[in-house]
Write a new protein. Structure first.
Length: 134
């Protein structure tokens, strides 16, 4: 058969070679001078959780299964908020080096039609939990 092995065909935004590169505030690869900014340890884990919480399922054309099904769940009438929270928790828990997701919260402003996700997790780098929001 021709073409790359099937293991190369799935995109994981936090695959190990990509995970070591820092992102700027806009979510683009961070470049200083002529070099990409490299990150590791807790910084990479925090960035991984942020990327997973922000990724909307279906937005990645290489693998439409990656991400949180925000649009599918929020588009349903009477959706259980616990289902959405569990979906976010599962995505964050799948980041390498995260050992436990202790909570996630969905905050929706119905007037402004915006939302944010707050979460708390533990990783292998410290016994102190990380709290973040996107």
């Amino acid at each position: 058969s021709s073409g790359p092995p099937t293991r190369w065909c799935r995109l994981d935004p936090m695959a190990l070679p990509v995970r070591g590169f820092g992102l700027n505030e806009d979510g683009e690869l961070d470049v200083v001078g002529c070099a990409f900014v490299k990150i590791s340890g807790r910084d990479a884990t925090k960035q991984g959780a942020l990327v997973r919480a922000r990724m909307v399922q279906g937005d990645c054309y290489l693998d439409t299964t990656v991400g949180v099904p925000y649009l599918q769940l929020l588009g349903e009438k009477g959706v259980d908020p616990l289902v959405l929270r569990e979906a976010v928790r599962e995505r964050i828990a799948s980041v390498p080096d995260i050992t436990e997701v202790r909570g996630s919260q969905i905050i929706v402003d119905r007037v402004e039609r915006t939302g944010s996700v707050a979460y708390r997790f533990r990783d292998i780098f410290s016994s102190q939990p990380v709290e973040d929001e996107t």
